[in-house]
Structure formats: structure tokens, C-alpha cells
Design a protein around this ligand. Structure first.
Ligand SMILES: [Zn+2]
Length: 189
């Protein structure tokens, strides 16, 4: 099934994720539904909070054409398994810096420049609970940092500069209101 992606204004986006403890069929099914939802929304990443859940799980899928340095350059992360499913992920090393526009499925049509580490090492468990580690660069590194932010309740707009946030104030207010009206009309189970 596809989830409806939770948008800004829903308090679940500010929740800190609880560790995943059971690596069972329910977790697998949640991860697969999150991947479906992410693909349907043309996103490159999705965290559990964005589908109303608070377990430490996120999915990422950076297409090969986007996993390059510059246009048509060599692949940056040919070894990273895609789609990437990470339970209990944590970043253990960061190197370099990059700045680029970043968006989020929970903030439709809202973008802004965000500084991130160019390279990160992330340790996580796969769906079988097996401990894994990956060092990633470029867009995939940005996606990992963005999704791990979600798992601790940190959002895209928290990284925006004050002027950027001010310029988006009306759009954010409107989005929050729409989200809250939808929640009132149809509260989560
Ligand atoms: Zn996001």
C-alpha cells in the first residue's frame, strides 16, 4: 500500500524515533510500503515519521543518473545497495562540506540551500538486523543526513537561514494550516 505523506504541521514530524527492536515481517512490510510511497511521490528518501510512525527506519533511493559528480560524471556510490533500507542508523564520521538546494516530501514546493557534510559514514541494521556500514558522498550523503535528521525530529526548515525562513513564512503558515485542517477532518487512527 501507499501511505499519505505527512506534511508540515503534523506533530509526528517533531517526534524522536524509537529504536527498532523486532526485525520481523511487519518491519519488512513497513519498509516496502515506504519505498512504494517514496517512489510514487518521486522522492529520494523517506523517514518513518513521514508516514506517521516513530520507529528508527528510513528508506533512500538515489537513481544512478543522479548519483554522479556534475553532469554525466562518474558514479559516486556504485557500491551502495538501492533502494537502501536503514534501521537504527547513525552517522559515525563526516568529512568535507557542500551546499545545495534541498527539498522534502513533507514540505511540498519548498526548497532552500542547506549545508551538509560531503561525505558521511553511516552505520545501520538491515531488515534482517545485520549491522552494516556505508561511506557515501554527494546527493546520497545529503539524503542520508536529511533522513537521519527526520528520525530525531529535525526538519529541512531548521537548516534554512533566517532570511530564507522569513521569505517562506507565508507558505509555511499556509502549509501548516492545510495540514491541521486535514488532520481535523480525518484524524489518524
Ligand atoms: Zn524530508
Amino acid at each position: 500500500m501507499n501511505f499519505e505523506v505527512v506534511t508540515y504541521g503534523d506533530s509526528v514530524l517533531r517526534k524522536k524515533a524509537e529504536p527498532v527492536k523486532a526485525f520481523n515481517a511487519d518491519l519488512r512490510s513497513l519498509a516496502l510500503d515506504m519505498i512504494r510511497t517514496m517512489h510514487a511521490a518521486n522522492g529520494v528518501g523517506l523517514a518513518a515519521e513521514q508516514v506517521g510512525r516513530t520507529c528508527s527506519l528510513c528508506v533512500i533511493d538515489v537513481p544512478p543518473a543522479a548519483d554522479v559528480e556534475g553532469e554525466g560524471g562518474p558514479r559516486l556510490n556504485p557500491m551502495a545497495p538501492m533502494p537502501l533500507i536503514m534501521a537504527n542508523p547513525r552517522i559515525t564520521a563526516r568529512a568535507g562540506e557542500m551546499e545545495g538546494d534541498e527539498g522534502c516530501l513533507s514540505f511540498p514546493a519548498i526548497y532552500g540551500p542547506v549545508k551538509r557534510a560531503y561525505e558521511v559514514t553511516v552505520e545501520y541494521q538491515d531488515l534482517d538486523g545485520i549491522q552494516r556500514a556505508l561511506t557515501v558522498r554527494g546527493l546520497l550523503s545529503r539524503a542520508v543526513q536529511h533522513e537521519l535528521d527526520h528520525l530525531r525530529g529535525v526538519l529541512l526548515i531548521d537548516h534554512f537561514s533566517v532570511p530564507r525562513k522569513l521569505s517562506l513564512a507565508l507558505s509555511l503558515k499556509r502549509l501548516k494550516k492545510e495540514t491541521q485542517e486535514r488532520l481535523k477532518a480525518c484524524p489518524p487512527a
